[in-house]
Design a protein around this ligand. Structure first.
Ligand SMILES: Nc1ncnc2c1ncn2[C@@H]1O[C@H](COP(=O)(O)OP(=O)(O)O)[C@@H](O)[C@H]1O
Ligand SMILES: [Mg+2]
Length: 339
């Protein structure tokens, strides 16, 4: 195959974090040529390429929110993909879309069989109303308990990370609608991030919110960007001295099951999953799933990514050969019938 070019698109912010020299080199080692796709130019003029690797989540989210410039960029990409069905897209745009809305992605996870293995999504519901009585009923029906965490329904974009912890009914007025309310799970301030690349995954530990109890406290507003970054220090993530416990190693079989199940459920190869372990029960709770996460701390990330891309390209090429083969034999039998 001659066309082993990978078109890559990411936001400026993400572009700056990537070591392009190393990424380019590793691509060459796998016999791929990598280039940065410019969405402001004609895509056709930058082709042909066999792989589109992208982190278009924020643009898709803004397009879905009615931003005309983002909508036209996404349309351009979708039209290109439709016109070139052989291009492998990591990950397909409709699949990425399922992750933009937290409520939709939680429901999707709940439809898998993970609950049979003791892995759960903390109870949640989507809140839209401003009527406190109605909200109270909705929370009760969904089994959401105090304290709960209130997350913007839209998981991407500027305000997606402005969250609140609500401790009592009085705090209901503090929820910014539309949002997803989710029971707060005490987890000793440790978050596990599972980074998935195709059939490989790697788990890293990050700081997380400390334990909370229902009570008379005022609602706490926080920006989740300040909480679970590597090395971040925030008073909300410091456990009370009497709560400090020895670290537990998460069960690798459970992590593997989560990674495999969600990869299949969402039909995506590049995923990040946030998991916490409930302190009283030891049960694993999934609290967040993201497309194309940061992969900070993933050993040999570029090599693993290129292996994943190579497997996909080969699988597509093989299935094309199979189809050509079928057609070849069909043609022969047709010829036989004709003669
Ligand atoms: N149900 C929950 N129980 C306890 N802590 C939670 C829960 N959901 C989220 N958190 C905490 O809030 C942080 C941000 O939530 P998350 O859903 O991961 O949003 P984001 O999209 O901003 O990453 C998490 O890293 C974790 O520390
Ligand atoms: Mg998260």
């Amino acid at each position: 195959m001659s066309n082993r070019r990978i078109a890559c698109w990411m936001s400026e912010k993400k572009i700056c974090k990537i070591n392009w020299v190393e990424f380019g080199k590793t691509s060459l080692q796998h016999d791929f040529r990598l280039f940065k796709l410019d969405l402001n130019k004609s895509l056709e003029s930058q082709g042909p390429f066999c792989v589109l690797l992208h982190k278009l989540t924020d643009i898709i989210a803004s397009a879905d929110q009615g931003d005309p410039k983002c909508a036209s960029l996404i349309k351009k990409v979708e039209e290109y993909i439709a016109a070139h069905p052989s291009v492998i897209v990591l990950d397909p745009i409709p699949n990425v879309r399922q992750l933009l809305n937290r409520y939709i992605s939680y429901r999707k996870i709940n439809s898998t069989n993970l609950h049979k293995h003791g892995i759960f999504i903390p109870n949640f519901c989507e809140l839209k109303s401003t009527n406190v009585v109605e909200l109270s009923h909705q929370l009760k029906n969904a089994g959401v308990t105090y304290p709960f965490i209130c997350k913007p329904s839209l998981g991407h974009g500027k305000q997606a990370h402005e969250m609140s912890i609500v401790f009592n009914e009085r705090g209901l007025v503090d929820c910014k609608m539309p949002c997803v309310a989710q029971s707060f799970i005490n987890h000793n301030a440790v978050l596990y991030k599972i980074f998935i690349v195709g059939d490989k995954h790697h788990c890293v530990e990050r700081p997380s919110l400390k334990n909370f109890q229902a009570g008379q406290d005022q609602t706490i507003h926080f920006d989740s960007g300040d909480v679970s970054k590597a090395g971040s220090r925030n008073s909300l993530t410091v456990l009370e001295p009497h709560e400090r416990v020895d670290r537990v190693e998460p069960d690798s079989e459970v992590l593997k099951r989560i990674a495999g199940t969600l990869r299949e459920a969402f039909g995506m190869d590049l995923l990040g999953v946030d998991v916490v372990i409930e302190n009283r029960t030891g049960r694993y709770a999934i609290i967040d799933v993201n497309a194309f996460p940061g992969y900070d701390g993933f050993p040999d990330f570029f090599d693993t990514l290129l292996q994943c891309i190579n497997n996909k390209v080969n699988a597509k090429y093989d299935s094309k050969l199979d189809r050509l083969g079928d057609k070849y034999f069909d043609d022969i039998s047709l010829e036989k019938i004709d003669s």
